[in-house]
Design a protein around this ligand. Structure first.
Ligand code: ZN
Length: 130
């Protein structure tokens, strides 16, 4: 139930009197509702879980995301970044999530990591590319 937390949705804000970006701030299990916090006025809005699921849910950087979500623990893979063993990654092109199992020294401008993905298995990726 908490997979949407910290994500962004566009929703009507009664304080701003218009559509605003709202952060999904908390979930109430008992009532199955989410509380949204307006990014503009920080006012709280309540939304039912089933209604939230119909909205396009975005990361803070506005990219649409799908079921394999980027969270505080799961970082979206970018070749320019560097990763450590044990880091959880989401790879947008593979649409799969995995864990860094091994660091390998590369040649020249970048190093390599071995990532064990949930669905597609192990892949070698570059990281720290300049
Ligand atoms: Zn507002």
């Amino acid at each position: 139930m908490s997979k949407y937390l910290k994500k962004i949705v566009e929703h009507y804000c009664s304080i701003c009197n218009g559509m605003t970006d709202m952060e999904i701030a908390s979930h109430n299990d008992e009532l199955d509702i989410y509380w949204l916090r307006c990014k503009v006025c920080h006012g709280a809005t309540m939304i039912k879980n089933k209604n939230l699921e119909k909205l396009a849910i975005r990361k803070a950087n506005n990219a649409l995301i799908n079921d394999h979500q980027v969270t505080d623990q799961v970082k979206e893979y970018e070749p320019a970044k560097t990763y450590e063993a044990g880091q959880l990654l989401y790879h947008p092109a593979f649409d799969d999530k995995g864990v860094v199992t091994e660091l390998k020294p590369g040649s020249g401008d970048f190093d390599k990591i071995i990532v064990k993905f949930d669905h597609i298995g192990e892949k070698m990726l570059i990281h720290g590319a300049s």
